[in-house]
Design a protein around this ligand. Structure first.
Ligand code: ZN
Length: 361
């Protein structure tokens, strides 16, 4: 998903690396802290340390991504936030062994770095007595300690952190995937609350508190997604397709869409012509255009989503649940080969499934 908050950096092994704009707050904070303590050299050193730390964070996430790629998982991106990195996958494999390997791969990268840095710089004990870190050896030792902490921290059994995923995968060997996730969440929530409280009241570490708050919410969101996906099991795309949708000819103007929406507000419009399906017009786009009278004569086709995700009626619904909920469109045209047979509306899909289950006879 595109966001003005994320900056594209570059691609690594075909995976897009993105930086969240709030990351610059962390950079400013670190440079300011170093600078106020030791002037320009302190500021530059602070910047260098934070870059090296995040190189390790990227390597950790790459560990997950490369393991996932082996199983054919699509990787959307690696996003760098001030609180750490986040690799976003198309969908996490349901096979416990695969999830186990993907989750272990990240911390394993950290422990490999620890081993390499120990070989290069030796034991980091002198960091405790040496006040001045401005030399190569102490920088390597600092990175060694960071990687050791990061590797161990990520192994805490707090879902959806790596340790929590490992726990879920182990539970999924015995229970259903949904039950395993539920159990992992039961264990994770109190631990996340304890971590949050410790971060604020005992360690005075707001980043740690932020990480645990993020984990708490992330776990809940992922559990809901798993529950949702579970409800899709047994259905094909054509089972939940709706034959009722708004459509206009691709030659229509913005004015036509405004008139249609005055009767059916908040609904996406499909653009169709003799060639078939041409695009989707979102209601918020029409609303914005309606505020500028001059634009009412513009061709609607110029304001539509030209290449939306299209589903085939005979596809297994469960396999496309992540795509349906992560896409930037609300409705999905459904085809039977090349013929449009209806749409799936993200807002109604759960209700449709509930009604189908209640259907009698
Ligand atoms: Zn990880």
């Amino acid at each position: 998903m595109k966001s003005i908050w994320n900056i594209n950096l570059f691609r690594l092994f075909g995976i897009q690396l993105q930086l969240h704009l709030t990351f610059f707050i962390l950079i400013l904070f670190v440079v300011y802290q170093g600078g106020s303590k030791d002037g320009i050299s302190g500021g530059i050193w602070g910047l260098l340390i934070i870059i090296l730390v995040f190189v390790c964070v990227v390597l950790h996430e790459l560990g997950h991504c490369l393991a996932a790629k082996r199983y054919g998982v699509h990787i959307h991106r690696i996003l760098l936030l001030p609180i750490g990195g986040m690799a976003q996958f198309g969908s996490i494999p349901r096979q416990p062994q695969r999830e186990l390997i993907i989750a272990l791969a990240g911390p394993l990268v950290n422990f490999t770095i620890v081993g390499m840095l120990y070989f290069l710089s030796g034991s980091p004990e002198r960091l405790l007595i040496d006040e001045n870190y401005y030399n190569l050896s102490d920088t390597l030792s600092l990175l060694l300690v960071f990687n050791l902490i990061m590797g161990c921290f990520n192994l805490l059994p707090v879902f959806p952190m790596d340790g929590g995923r490992i726990l879920r995968a182990l539970l999924a060997l015995k229970f259903t995937y949904l039950k395993a996730t539920k159990l992992a969440i039961y264990i994770a929530k109190p631990l996340a609350i304890i971590g949050f409280i410790m971060g604020i009241f005992y360690l005075d570490n707001w980043i740690m508190a932020g990480v645990f708050a993020f984990i708490f919410l992330g776990g809940e969101i992922e559990y809901r997604m798993v529950r949702l996906r579970e409800s899709f099991i047994g259905f094909k795309v054509c089972d939940v397709v709706s034959r009722y949708f708004l459509s206009l000819d691709s030659g229509c103007c913005v004015r036509d869409a405004i008139n249609l929406m005055s009767q059916y507000p908040s609904q996406d419009i499909l653009l169709i012509d003799e060639k078939g399906f041409r695009g989707i017009v979102r209601p918020d786009v029409v609303r914005k255009l309606a505020q500028k009278k001059k634009r009412s004569n513009e061709l609607l086709y110029n304001h539509c989503i030209h290449n939306p995700t299209i589903l085939q009626g005979d596809w297994i619904l469960e396999e496309y649940s992540d795509i349906i909920y992560q896409a930037s469109q609300n409705i999905f045209p459904v085809l039977d080969r090349d013929t449009l047979i209806g749409v799936i509306d993200r807002k109604n899909i759960q209700e449709t499934i509930a009604w189908i289950r209640l259907r009698v006879g």
